[in-house]
Write a protein that binds this ligand. Structure first.
Ligand code: ASP
Length: 346
């Protein structure tokens, strides 16, 4: 007899399991038993389910790299026991967490699907039910004896997206996420339609779990009228090792002498600066305009079409796991988990 498929649900918190505090009126997370009581349907799924719950469930605005390390530890410990993993997580930082896990687990051969909801599960019009049930179904799908999905994904409002390509773009639509630079991996309607050509193949190598991250990274979003003092105060943060520079359009920034000089000095002292566009879609093309060629010449690295979330997670991962600056830079500019596309735009 065939064994029933199995999934481990990891409950971290988020709106999906929140209720209104009667005193303050704000939403706060509750334990998994209360969440489960609102979705008895899951016991009808033909899946063996187990639950791992964080003892302190969180609003994902409080997520830390330590939580990501904990998620990787739980998955590593249970990797051989389950066909797939569903992580219930707040939507606010889901794209960061999914990006981080994509780097921290190398040669992933099973699905890790993040999901959550915009409305708590106890609310009549909630989106939680569909998100949760379909994520569970996708997490155990097999084809020719292998997992159909072998990557870290986000499932929300009928779409399965590649985790490290995803951004939260709406705080009010049920369709809260988009993946502007990468097609959806699957769409759920009456049937689930997978986009086979863009699904990652199950890798042959051994799955490796990396549990180190370095928090000494930052983000500087350029804006018209930035002062020198503002920029220099960020560049002078003690122990800062890498900075995501969020630029205009295809990677453009002011060409004022003080700005380029400040970045250049920081780079020569060892800071890694990567260029990521503020636009929701499209890529950095350093050198296309004069306003990005200076960045290119002082050694700012092009993030191509990587998201800010994935760039930050990739830097945290690379700094903690590479022995020297050169190796970090070499690995940053190439796709490690299909998180960026390499463009030959000349
Ligand atoms: N603030 C919530 C969180 O990220 C929002 C959500 O879950 O959608 O935990």
């Amino acid at each position: 007899m065939n064994k029933r498929p199995s999934a481990l649900i990891i409950y971290t918190g988020g709106t999906i399991g929140m209720v209104k505090d009667l005193v303050s009126g704000s939403l706060k997370p509750v334990n998994f038993e209360r969440l489960q009581a609102n979705i008895p349907e899951i016991s009808r799924l033909d899946i063996d389910l187990d639950i791992y719950t964080f003892e302190n469930t969180i609003d994902s605005s409080n997520v830390l790299p330590d939580h990501w390390i904990r998620l990787v530890e739980v998955i590593e410990k249970n990797y051989n026991r389950y066909d797939g993993f569903v992580i219930l997580h707040g939507s606010d930082t889901m794209a960061y967490s999914a990006s981080a896990l994509s780097f921290m687990i190398e040669n992933l051969s099973k699905p890790i699907i993040f999901t959550g909801s915009q409305l708590p599960i106890g609310v009549l019009r909630t989106d939680a039910r569909e998100n949760f049930i379909t994520a569970l179904e996708m997490a155990v799908l097999k084809e020719f004896g292998e997992s159909k999905v072998s990557e870290v994904c986000i499932y929300f409002e009928y779409h399965l997206l590649k985790g490290n390509r995803t951004i939260k773009y709406s705080s009010s639509h049920f369709n809260a996420f988009s993946s502007p630079n990468y097609p959806p991996l699957a769409e759920a309607g009456v049937n689930i339609r997978f986009n086979d050509p863009v699904l990652r193949r199950v890798p042959k190598g051994q799955t490796l779990f990396h549990k180190n991250l370095d928090r000494n990274v930052g983000i500087l979003k350029v804006f018209p009228g930035m002062t020198e003092a503002y920029v220099r105060s960020i560049l002078q943060i003690p122990d800062l090792k890498a900075l995501v520079l969020e630029t205009f359009g295809s990677g453009n920034a002011p060409t004022e002498d003080w700005f380029i000089a400040a970045l250049s000095e920081a780079i020569s002292k060892g800071l890694i600066i990567v260029n990521v566009t503020q636009c929701q879609s499209g890529a950095v093309l350093q050198g296309k305009y004069k306003t990005s060629s200076d960045l290119q010449s002082i050694g700012v690295l092009s993030g191509q079409d990587i998201t800010t979330e994935a760039a930050l997670a990739k830097l945290m991962y690379l700094i903690a796991n590479c022995s020297d600056r050169e190796t970090i830079c070499r690995n940053f500019i190439i796709p490690l988990r299909e998180e960026m596309t390499l463009f030959d735009w000349n």
